[in-house]
Write a protein that binds this ligand. Structure first.
Ligand code: HEC
Length: 184
């Protein structure tokens, strides 16, 4: 392969990914993350437009786990989201996931246009894919630095220990988590 080809390959594979890991399961994991992102994003934005952010909080609360389940396959793969500073305690990360996301945050600072991703192998043989979720302008109504009072109240009602405001566009907001139950 010529030099250009090598550089291109490195760019396509993204930060934190080694050549041997760029296999079918990695590709499938990317697709599953994208499905969750697109389907939840579409529901959320439709709800925001129709009835505003206070109502859209209910939609996110109900739909996020549902869509996660729909995209998952029972017994094979579990698709969800996590974050360093999370809103729903059900999305709390493990120690290992915290370490990965801390690295993602550093990678994003160095190279904001590359979305960090990685596949980690657990001691029990399971493989867990993680992909950074980056804060976007349309997330600010519920995760930004100046969330409006009624929205803050609705969030506090449902999530009394919410940690997921104060983000700026481009920050690491969290990560998709695609858990493969079996060894390959
Ligand atoms: C209408 C308000 C609203 C908007 C807009 C919104 N979110 Fe959220 N977000 C929530 C709520 C509510 C939860 C908790 C969902 C649950 O109960 O599982 C959440 C949870 C999350 C989580 C899971 C981790 C956690 O904190 O529990 C991530 C990651 C996330 N949001 C990212 C985003 C991103 C990225 C955007 C923009 C593309 C966005 N959100 C837009 C309300 C919102």
């Amino acid at each position: 392969m010529n030099k250009f080809g090598l550089i291109l390959m490195a760019v396509v594979m993204g930060a934190g990914v080694q050549a041997g890991e760029s296999d079918e399961r990695m590709e499938r994991s990317r697709e599953l993350s994208q499905q969750l992102q697109q389907q939840l994003g579409a529901k959320l934005m439709a709800a925001m437009k129709a009835e505003g952010p206070v109502h859209a909080i209910d939609v996110c609360h109900l739909e996020a786990p549902l869509i996660g389940e729909q995209v998952s396959t029972a017994g094979e793969v579990d698709v969800r989201r996590t974050a360093l500073r999370y809103r729903n305690p059900a999305n709390a990360p493990t120690e290992q996931q915290i370490a990965v996301m801390e690295q993602f945050a550093a990678q994003l600072q160095d190279a904001p246009s590359q979305i960090p991703e990685t596949m980690i192998k657990l001691d029990n043989g399971e493989q867990h894919y993680m992909r950074a979720i980056v804060m976007q302008p349309q997330c600010a109504a519920c995760h930004g630095g100046s969330v409006q009072e009624p929205v803050l109240r609705a969030i506090a009602d449902k999530y009394p220990n919410d940690q997921a405001t104060g983000f700026e566009v481009g920050d690491l907001r969290g990560a998709f988590l695609v858990k493969w139950m079996s060894e390959e």
